[in-house]
Structure formats: C-alpha cells, structure tokens
Design a protein around this ligand. Structure first.
Ligand SMILES: Nc1ncnc2c1ncn2[C@@H]1O[C@H](COP(=O)(O)OP(=O)(O)OP(=O)(O)O)[C@@H](O)[C@H]1O
Ligand SMILES: [Mg+2]
Length: 263
C-alpha cells in the first residue's frame, strides 16, 4: 500500500525573453494504491507538469512531494527505491523505446537494475511480462520497436513500466497517439493491470468519457489550478465548476458508456 501526495505544489517555468510563467499554482494531488485518479484539463493547464514533478523530470518551485509521508530522496538507494515504486507510461510509444534495442533488452534492463528476480529467471520473467500485456512472447521478444505497431509498442512500454513491480503508475495521455480503434484495448489492459497489481494510477487525458469510465475520481485542472475534484460520476453528471461544464460541453460524448466494449 503506497500513497503519493503533492501538497501545495507550485511550478514556475523560466520563459526565454518573458521572465517566468506559473504552470502550477498551489496544487494538491493524492494517488494511492488500488485507485485511479484521472487528471483532465485543456492543453497547457499543467497536467504533464504534474507528471514531470512526480517522475522528477522537473522539480517543484514550492510545495512538497511525499511518498508514504517522506519527501522524494535526492540520491542513493532511497532514490532508486522511489524510482522503482513510481513509474511512468509516456504518450509517444515511438519515442519512448530505443530503436537500437530488442524488446527483450527493454524489459531485462529494469529487471536487472532493480533485481526483481534472480538472474536465472530473467528470461522467464520477460516472457511473463509479455504475456501480462497480451503480446505473443515468441513473436515479440527478439524484435526491435520499429517492427511493432504503435499499440504493440505501447504494450511493451507498459510491460517495462510494471517490470519493477511499482506501486504507482503515471500515464500521461497513454493512448492519444494510438489509432482510435485500439485505444480501448490498451486502456482495458491498463485497468486490468491496475486491479491485478493493485496499482495506484494517475491517468492524464483530454478524454472525459474514458476518464469517467476508467477512474475512481476525476481532478479538473485549469491554468495550473485544481478547480474541481470528486468521484468520477459526480464530476461528469453534476459538475460544480463552470470550467468543468465548459469542458463537458466541448467533449464529443462525455457520458458515453463502455460496457461490453471490445478488448
Ligand atoms: N520546460 C518548460 N519551460 C517553459 N514553459 C513550460 C515548460 N513545460 C511546460 N511549460 C508551460 O507550462 C504550461 C503547462 O504545460 P503542461 O505541459 O504541463 O500542460 P498540459 O496540461 O500537459 O498540456 P497538453 O494537454 O497540451 O499536454 C504551458 O503553458 C506550457 O507552455
Ligand atoms: Mg501534457
């Protein structure tokens, strides 16, 4: 059981020629094992900045980031443990995998670095991970990323993200670059893994329909501020904030259901 908290986090970026811009303004976020929180808001609202602060690609200008009550360690074994616990799935499955390395290499790396299984079991663990993300191990393991489709690559990226058995996963628009026809399959996979591994997931998306369907709670961000947060159905069916209503009005089919949708 793990909990990641952002408390009063602000982020100010330096902008060349025009000083600074406030991308996050006093934001609180809590992600906890077994729960999915969707983060929605229009382009530029600060969603990826939250993901980057959690995964340490950026540092908060002020505020705290706490994993189980402790600040993110700056170095050493504690920092490695943090990185093992909190993993990221990126938007672009074409850019996030190394074109020169096989799928086997991509999955072996975290297994070795985090000593997830004994050396002799690494190959079997790679096969198990590919099975988990519903890729045919025999047809995938010795291929390189460019020999796979976008959806297959994103499954590899997901397998890599869970290889070290993290407790929390940050998925920043994980299907927005995939063909519409395969998006639901990948989101269903993420949802299944979330349940079976008891992951806490931060699901960043522009899509209110999938935010509702795949998340316990929705948080709405506007210009770096949280304007609304609550159980997913409440936020979609009974939005309290004008900005949320505007987002819903602009959304193609916000209360669409996915029951029985193809896997
Ligand atoms: N490295 C950076 N330097 C300066 N400004 C930045 C930087 N990264 C992001 N910003 C600015 O911070 C704001 C928030 O950006 P962010 O990428 O977090 O938005 P987002 O909600 O993820 O948008 P999108 O939906 O388009 O991905 C934007 O105005 C963006 O231009
Ligand atoms: Mg973004």
């Amino acid at each position: 059981m793990s909990t990641l908290e952002l408390k009063g986090v602000s982020k100010r970026y330096r902008v060349r020629g025009s000083g600074t811009m406030l991308a996050l303004d006093d934001v609180d976020v809590t992600i906890t094992s077994g729960r999915t929180l969707a983060l929605v808001g229009q382009s530029g609202s600060g969603k990826s900045t939250i993901a980057k602060i959690i995964t340490q690609l950026e540092r908060a200008t002020s505020g705290e980031v706490l994993l189980d009550g402790a600040p993110i360690p700056r170095r050493g074994a504690a920092l490695r443990r943090y990185r093992q616990q909190v993993r990221m799935v990126f938007q672009d499955p074409f850019a996030s995998l190394n074109p020169y390395h096989s799928i086997r290499h991509h999955l072996e790396r975290p297994l070795r670095l985090d000593k997830v299984v004994p050396r002799a079991q690494i190959e079997a663990e790679v096969v198990r991970l590919l099975d988990l993300v519903r890729l045919d191990p025999g047809a995938t393991i010795d291929r390189r990323p460019h020999e796979l489709s976008g959806g297959q690559r994103q499954r590899v990226a997901i397998a890599r993200a869970i290889a070290s058995r993290p407790s929390l996963l940050v998925a920043d628009e994980p299907v927005s670059m995939l063909d519409v026809s395969i998006r639901l399959g990948v989101l269903n996979l993420l949802a299944d893994l979330q349940r079976s591994q008891n992951l806490g997931v931060l699901y960043i998306t522009h899509d209110l329909a999938t935010a509702r369907h795949f998340s316990d709670e929705i948080m709405v961000l506007n210009h770096g501020r949280v304007v609304e947060q609550g159980p997913s159905d409440d936020v979609i069916l009974n939005p309290q904030h004008e900005y949320t209503r505007a987002l819903l009005a602009a959304s193609p089919d916000p209360d669409k259901h996915f029951e029985g949708a193809a896997r």
